[in-house]
Ligand binder design. Structure first.
Ligand code: ADP
Ligand code: MG
Ligand code: MG
Length: 208
């Protein structure tokens, strides 16, 4: 089960992992974007991780909404509103919960990923963060449906996100800044898919 403390640990672990990989995320974005993805994500997740130190939250949903708003206002770029929407939408299915099980987490993840699509209109294969989030959601739902523990659901989701991230390398970008490069965007892993894989791996390390 995942309670408020577990969600706060997830955000803290995401911030640590993004901090450790910020230079790599920036290198990826330098190849097919404008070289700010590491700095954008580090700024946003550092601010989000600080929330739990500075404030008391009454529930998982109010906390996740605050994280979402913080990401929207601090990450910037294309990815800020997308990650912000993801966390804001996660809150919905968890509004009545102070200890989420696999089923509620599955519904929350679906709402979050659908929020990314509602905002960014990405499809599979467009070479975006959605190419990591979509297989992660599918893997989580499949695992939850077959009665796996939350830890197993999260592990499978994280692995699927990492495979999805790797699969962006040969893709030609059809969304975001990288799409301006056309065919020249092929041969590089997408920065947003990489950060998404880090956030989902952090979930597997903390949420269960
Ligand atoms: P910017 O491109 O504005 O500098 P970032 O570098 O922070 O913003 O984020 C770039 C990432 O955002 C891309 O690698 C991609 O994964 C993601 N992205 C861009 N546009 C979209 C979109 N429409 N839908 C989903 N993800 C997107
Ligand atoms: Mg960028
Ligand atoms: Mg930018």
């Amino acid at each position: 089960m995942a309670d408020l403390t577990a969600f706060q640990a997830w955000v803290a672990q995401s911030a640590r992992s993004i901090g450790e990989h910020a230079a790599h995320l920036t290198d990826l974005d330098r190849a097919i974007g404008d070289g700010d993805h590491g700095a954008n994500m580090e700024r946003g997740f550092t601010a989000s991780a600080r929330l739990a130190e500075d404030e008391q939250f009454s529930g998982i949903d109010t906390y996740l909404k605050k994280v979402g708003m913080t990401l929207v206002s601090t990450v910037g770029g294309a990815s800020g509103p997308l990650y912000g929407t993801f966390f804001l939408r996660l809150a919905g299915p968890l509004s009545a919960s102070d200890d989420a099980g696999a089923r509620e987490l599955s519904q929350a993840l679906r709402a979050g990923v659908e929020g990314i699509v509602a905002r960014g209109k990405a499809e599979r294969g467009d070479k975006t963060m959605y190419d990591a989030f979509a297989p992660a959601l599918a893997a989580f739902e499949e695992a939850a449906h077959t009665g796996r523990t939350i830890q197993e659901c999260l592990d499978q989701a994280a692995r699927a996100a990492e495979e999805g991230r790797d699969a962006t390398e040969p893709m030609v970008a059809r969304k975001g800044r990288a799409s301006y490069l056309g065919e020249r965007s092929a041969g590089h892993v997408d920065p947003g898919a990489s950060s998404a894989a880090l956030v989902l791996r952090a979930a597997a390390q903390t949420l269960a």
